[in-house]
Design a protein around this ligand. Structure first.
Ligand SMILES: [Zn+2]
Length: 266
């Protein structure tokens, strides 16, 4: 058989039915934003110097895309421009949260540095956080057809080992069929990353992972995102600020004399 032109060789496009979507921009309660900048301010007041710190962005289970609060874990060490994150720390922090609260990302400060973008270390941290939160922010995005070459139909109780050896995938049905389409669910997960500076600037990204449940086909992508601040009806009170002062004092440990191996990584 001869083809007139190569376009005839193209496979038909797989059928895709959209079921949902991942966030295209970040939704954040004004309360959470004010709290983040207040943490930086407290750090400055308490330690008389600016330090990098990190925390988690939190959401309620019924609306995982809206950041309602900031959670401050015990920071391992806070250098001026270096903060690293481990999955052990994230797991510990998630366990300390109420049942209906989930981590949907992480936030950190670059202090008074004029470094207004994510560093290489930050990029590693994005993936660590995405790995951890993926199960809880997961939702079905689409049903996608899997093109199977050599799909073999077999009928229950009517085949032997020789029939089973044929084809790349065997579909066993209770009655004879001649045609079938296999559709897999593509699940998507996301996490947010926000970096802020003492001067009031912020940069943010959304990290997304999509995975086909049958094919295992996985894609990960990061994109710069806009942030929309929404009024959640909660504002930072004087008593919130005084609680935050205690928390900062307890959880953030300025590391003013880092060991040489850390200096090299900065
Ligand atoms: Zn950073």
């Amino acid at each position: 058989m001869r083809f007139k032109d190569l376009s005839q060789l193209k496979r038909p496009k797989p059928l895709i039915i959209t079921l949902g979507s991942l966030p295209q921009h970040i939704l954040m309660a004004k309360f959470a934003k004010d709290k983040a900048f207040q943490i930086s301010e407290r750090v400055g007041v308490i330690f008389e110097k600016s330090f990098e710190w990190y925390g988690f962005t939190l959401a309620n289970n019924d609306h995982p895309e809206l950041i309602t609060d900031i959670g401050l874990p015990q920071n391992d060490m806070n250098l001026q421009d270096y903060t690293t994150l481990g999955s052990q720390r994230i797991a510990e922090f998630q366990e300390s949260l109420p049942e209906d609260v989930l981590i949907n990302g992480w936030i950190h400060s670059h202090g008074d540095l004029d470094y207004r973008h994510f560093s290489k270390t930050d990029e590693q941290n994005h993936l660590t956080v995405l790995d951890f939160v993926a199960a809880r922010t997961r939702k079905p995005l689409a049903k996608k057809e899997i093109a199977i070459q050599d799909l073999v139909f077999l009928q229950k109780d009517h085949f032997d080992q020789k029939d089973m050896a044929k084809g790349s995938v065997s579909l066993i049905t209770d009655r004879p069929i001649a045609e079938a389409r296999i559709m897999e669910t593509v699940y998507g997960s996301f996490c947010y990353s926000i970096v802020i500076g003492d001067e009031g600037w912020h940069e943010q990204q959304i990290h997304c992972r999509e995975r086909g449940i049958l094919s295992g086909h996985t894609t990960v992508r990061s994109q710069a995102a806009n942030i929309e601040f929404v009024d959640s009806g909660r504002s930072l009170s004087q008593s919130d600020i005084s609680d935050l002062s205690n928390e900062v004092e307890e959880k953030i440990k300025p590391h003013t004399d880092p060991p040489p191996e850390l200096i090299e990584r900065m």
